[in-house]
Write a protein that binds this ligand. Structure first.
Ligand code: GDP
Length: 400
């Protein structure tokens, strides 16, 4: 992808300038360095250097990652299965939700799993094992109890699932209600997520643990991209009409309040509704497994048929939106937050350079020339990054 190379190039240059700057500071007399440290430049730039290293790492990875999160039994595995048109992941079984499962496309016709740390215990290529059914995957997982921070890789033929064609990786995660340390969770598995699909339980309200997770994500990822699936809406839809309406409004109001006030995301109600879907993953999977069949509705009445149609429409809207998000991400949208981080860092480096050339001249006269030169290149780089950001934003606008 040309865009990613371009951005990677810019950020690599930035990393070189930053190292040059920090080395330069390191060579200055101690008493002047204290003066510089008092401005918090060192801590800011060193933090920026760390962030930049992980960003460059993420950009260099070619795949797009969609992470499914929600509490246990919210329907994460069912939703992934419905997206892939088959019951690939075991559903409703404790062991599947106790670790991470990453699903990747493969160009081969068979599916296999790779369980880290199980080398030598399985019958295929060390830790790999061919599987042909959901039962086999369930059995393999049950045979090898796994730690919550373990990630199984499941390779699935691209020919069977169009969604995996463009190097998309789907990740199923342990329930957010399971006692875990979100911090290392996010660092290990979610930091490079292009998109979060948040499975909410349509029958109940938001949990503190769900909120705590996204607040932690927000601390680490500048603008997390979140889509909301209010699942099990078939169960909620069995209630009286006024109750269904009230439940719908409550889900929208509470999610909006959480997004705006706690996550501080710039999102209006209509924008939220574009990324919020009231669905039944279970029904979708049933329809995929028996194409042409009609899902049973509890009362064979006009209102319940209409509600089923609404859930189906919302699922189709989810699919379209997911495809469009992935296509945006594929074409470069995913890099915008990283470019913003890069631009902020470029400004920090320039401020620090200015500070050195203005206040430190009595110590660094011989180095002044070098700093001015560095500032000129920084200006150039900043300009290029700003142009790239503008270009990407323009491109995204035309895609939406
Ligand atoms: P996970 O723990 O979040 O991965 O949840 P699962 O996908 O394993 O689902 C847990 C249970 O809820 C299973 O028995 C599913 O069949 C059921 N389930 C999932 N989605 C729905 C839904 O939309 N409606 C109903 N009625 N049941 C669902």
């Amino acid at each position: 992808m040309e865009v990613s190379h371009n951005i990677e190039n810019h950020l690599n240059k930035l990393a070189i300038f930053l190292t040059r700057h920090l080395n330069h500071i390191h060579n200055l007399p101690d008493d002047w360095r204290d003066h510089y440290d008092n401005q918090n430049f060192t801590s800011r730039l060193e933090r920026g250097q760390e962030r930049l290293t992980s960003i460059i790492d993420i950009i260099a990875r070619p795949h797009l990652k969609v992470v499914f999160v929600g509490r246990t039994s919210s329907g994460k595995s069912s939703a992934i299965n419905a997206l892939l048109n088959e019951p690939i992941l075991p559903m409703g079984l404790g062991h599947t939700t106790s670790c991470f499962v990453e699903i990747r496309g493969s160009n081969q016709n068979q599916s296999w799993i790779n369980i880290p740390g199980q080398e030598g215990t399985l019958d295929q290529r060390n830790s790999e094992r061919i599987i042909t059914s959901m039962n086999e995957l369930g059995n393999a997982l049950a045979e090898h109890p796994l730690q919550p921070d373990c990630c199984i890789q499941l390779f699935w033929p691209r020919s069977k699932a169009a969604l995996l064609e463009d190097d998309v990786v789907l990740m199923d995660t342990p329930g957010l209600d399971v006692e875990t340390d979100f911090d290392s969770w996010i660092d290990q598995f979610c930091l490079d997520a292009d998109l979060f699909v948040w499975l909410m339980n349509g029958e109940s309200t938001l949990m503190m643990r769900e909120k705590a997770f996204f607040l932690q994500v927000k601390k680490k990822i500048a603008q997390p991209n979140i889509m909301v699936l209010v699942n099990r809406w078939d169960v909620a839809s069995e209630e009286e009409e006024y109750w269904i309406h009230a439940a719908y409004e409550q889900h929208v109001a509470r999610t909006l309040e959480f997004f705006q006030k706690e996550l501080e995301l710039q999102v209006s109600k209509s924008e939220l509704l574009e990324r919020m879907f009231f669905v039944s993953a279970k029904e979708q999977l049933e329809q995929k497994l028996a194409p042409g069949s009609t899902v049973r509705v509890s009362q064979d009445s006009l209102p319940s048929v209409k509600l089923l149609e609404e859930r189906n429409n919302d699922w189709n809207r989810f699919l379209e939106s997911l495809r469009s998000q992935l296509s945006c991400a594929y074409k470069g949208h995913r890099y915008l937050p990283y470019l913003d981080v890069g631009l902020d860092l470029a400004r920090d480096i320039r401020d620090a350079n200015d500070f050195v050339s203005k206040s430190g001249s009595e110590f660094i006269t011989s180095k002044e020339h070098e700093i001015v030169k560095l500032n000129a290149t920084m200006n150039d780089l900043e300009e290029h990054m700003e142009e790239l950001t503008k270009e990407l934003k323009g491109e995204v606008q035309t895609m939406l």
